[in-house]
Write a protein that binds this ligand. Structure first.
Ligand code: ADP
Ligand code: MG
Length: 614
């Protein structure tokens, strides 16, 4: 047999390597920003178009490159940052692999302009898919400008895999923040499609955080600091009362590099123990400085996961430092969870009348009596269909099914109405009561129905909102006095992205381009005092969701709305609301599961009860 193994040509090897380094436009942004910082720049401009799909350009005023270096920088394993393996354990630069530029040039159209201070002219290099298209001398300012156009032009599968411009822009913004947060002494600008979205002057760490996340951050931050032989810890934590329902402003940096560390995250959370509720996350900006020898940043190609030599010691120190700050700044004693009831249950159930209108059950109603079919009782609630009830019986085994086929809801002992024979008439649920302020229990003829109030309501609201977003028919409640809310640049981006969907469920906004947004209308379910909280959480949950999953925007929003507006466990429901909730649930397309795939109800059959009785 003939020999079949061949060495891959360089451009193919580069393209394969590129798959590791460049997942999306944001990866290019990260590499280019890091190169600019390594080059000692103190002014860096990031310019993107169409979420980076059309253009990513980084302009810096750093050292620049000689003509030879400029050409070499696009070779694989070409780096000025390490010369031997030992250097790997003593890194002070962000880059060291020497493969970023080679990888990027393999899958995009790249233009580099660069000049070192000592030269009068600079170099222009044009590369497309690893092929040098042009190299010439040019007049250009000191420093380097690299533009990357048509990313993934030669890998259509990758290109098609990219998300919307807005989503890609958000990933870019995240990378931009991660870099900007560790270099407050560098001036950064970010432009998107011609308009400047961040202008970060040189300043200190606290101000940098405020410039990025909005001025309201300044009073929320509490400094932390600790110097030991193993680690220097500095940075800020957010006061416990500003802990959020979803993750967001949580940053670890090790030796000026953004890192992810679930383990250290746990250390921070545990320091807040007793000060925040278990379902909220504290915000933090933690900067760790360790001996480069004691940290391995090389274990992950995108370099956000690191290995510390002595993680346990770090954990303990971080935890005690934060505890110390919380105590020192007297944060702990002012906490009072009961103080602001809006934090936990912002919406009195009573205000939700529009979802679950009260039903007055007419106990004397007999579905078989023709005369009464017009509704003798004062039923104000219109159920969409009674079909849902049949689904109560799916999933039960046949033995049980037999006993259930003759199920009745006991509205009244006189009434022996079987729901399957009721045709279009209203389903009558019977006696309901609340158990542990968490479940609504209803009697069935052959057993007991136990509905999880929170999950059931989530299901009901989820289907309602999903429908409204799709057909754009949500009802809006106009505010007499428009409410002014402030958002930071990132939140505004998300708001703009989901604006249409929000409008279809009933939100109305004036101008969405300013830090201060006027809300002029809200869905009927949202109480005025809860608007800010709902929008904040929606934004955070949406942002988180879209990054992790491929579900549609409509579904994500419907989920977030349902989670935030559904009646919670612990809330008291009056009898009518209980009935309406059960009816609504079984009017849903998929009553059995909440939008978060949790069981909404369970049934205990008579025979099961009998069995228990022995
Ligand atoms: P690495 O950063 O891992 O060394 P890169 O492929 O990112 O690898 O860059 C290759 C080399 O090109 C760098 O080591 C550096 O010498 C040079 N370089 C890249 N970007 C710049 C820049 N903006 N300014 C000056 N030199 C740069
Ligand atoms: Mg680099």
């Amino acid at each position: 047999m003939a020999d079949i193994i061949k060495l891959l040509p360089d451009h193919v090897a580069n393209q394969i390597a590129a798959g590791e380094v460049v997942q999306r436009p944001a990866s290019v942004v990260k590499e280019l920003l890091e190169n600019a910082i390594d080059a000692g720049a103190d002014l860096i401009k990031l310019i993107v178009k169409d979420g980076g799909k059309a253009l990513i350009q980084v302009v810096d005023n750093g050292t620049g490159m000689s003509e030879t270096d400029a050409r070499l920088s696009f070779e694989r394993h070409a780096t000025s940052k390490i010369t031997n393996a030992q250097d790997l354990y003593n890194l002070n630069t962000k880059g060291f692999r020497g493969e970023a530029l080679a990888s990027i040039a393999a899958i995009a159209h790249v233009d580099m302009l660069t000049r070192v201070e000592s030269m009068d002219v600079g170099t222009h290099i044009k590369i497309e898919g690893s092929k040098i298209m042009a190299q010439e001398l040019v007049a250009t300012p000191k420093g380097t400008s690299i533009s990357v156009k048509n990313l993934f032009f030669n890998i259509p599968a990758r290109r098609n895999f990219l998300k919307s411009n807005q989503v890609e822009l958000r990933h870019i913004t995240d990378e931009f923040h991660r870099v900007a947060l560790v270099h407050p002494n560098i001036e950064f600008h970010l432009y998107n499609n011609g308009s400047e979205i961040f202008n970060l002057p040189k300043t200190n760490a606290r101000q940098r955080i405020a410039h990025i996340f909005g001025s309201k951050m300044t009073e929320r931050l509490v400094p932390i600091g600790e110097q030991t032989e193993v680690v220097n810890i500095s940075g800020f934590i957010c006061k416990p009362e500003f802990a959020k329902k979803s993750r967001g402003e949580q940053f670890f940096f090790a030796n000026n590099r953004f890192i992810k560390s679930p383990y250290l995250h746990h250390a921070v959370v545990s320091a807040f123990e007793g000060l925040i509720k278990p379902d909220v996350f504290p915000g933090y900006f933690v900067y760790l400085e360790v001996d480069p020898k004691s940290i391995d940043i090389n274990i992950h190609p995108t370099k956000t996961e690191v290995k510390f030599d002595d993680e346990h010691a770090l954990y303990a120190m971080l935890r005690s430092t934060i505890k110390h700050s919380l105590g020192q700044f007297n944060v702990a004693p002012v906490l009072d969870f009961e103080h602001d009831p809006n934090l936990d249950t912002p919406y009195a159930y009573k205000e939700k009348g529009a979802v679950l209108p009260k039903v007055t059950v007419d106990a004397g109603f007999n579905p078989f009596q023709q005369e009464s079919s017009g509704g003798k009782g004062s039923t104000t609630y219109q159920k969409q269909s009674t079909k849902g009830w049949e689904q109560l019986f799916t999933g039960l085994d046949t033995e049980n099914l037999d006993s259930f086929s003759s199920v009745e809801i006991e509205t009244d002992t006189e009434v022996q109405g079987r729901i399957y024979e009721q045709d279009d008439k209203e389903v009558q649920t019977g006696i309901t009561f609340q158990l542990q302020r968490k479940y609504v229990v209803s009697t069935l003829k052959s057993g007991m129905l136990i509905v999880h109030q929170n999950r059931a309501h989530e299901r009901v609201l989820f289907e309602k909102f999903l429908g409204e977003i799709t057909v754009k028919e949500g009802v809006s409640q106009q505010l007499l006095f428009p409410l002014e809310l402030t958002f930071n640049a990132m939140e505004l981006q998300v708001l703009q992205e989901i604006r249409e969907s929000l409008q279809s469920v009933g939100f109305a906004f004036e101008d969405l381009n300013q830090e201060t947004v006027k809300v002029t209308g809200v869905p009927i379910l949202v109480s005025e005092s809860g608007i800010g909280t709902v929008l904040d959480r929606m934004i955070a949950e949406y942002k988180e969701g879209i990054e992790e999953s491929s579900v549609s925007q409509a579904e994500l929003l419907a989920k977030a709305l349902s989670r935030n507006l559904a009646v919670k466990s612990g809330e008291v429901l009056d009898a009518e609301s209980q009935t309406a909730l059960v009816n609504d649930l079984f009017g849903c397309k998929e009553p059995a599961l909440s939008p978060f795939q949790k069981k909404t109800y369970t049934i205990i059959t008579d025979s099961e009860i009998d069995k228990k009785m022995g």
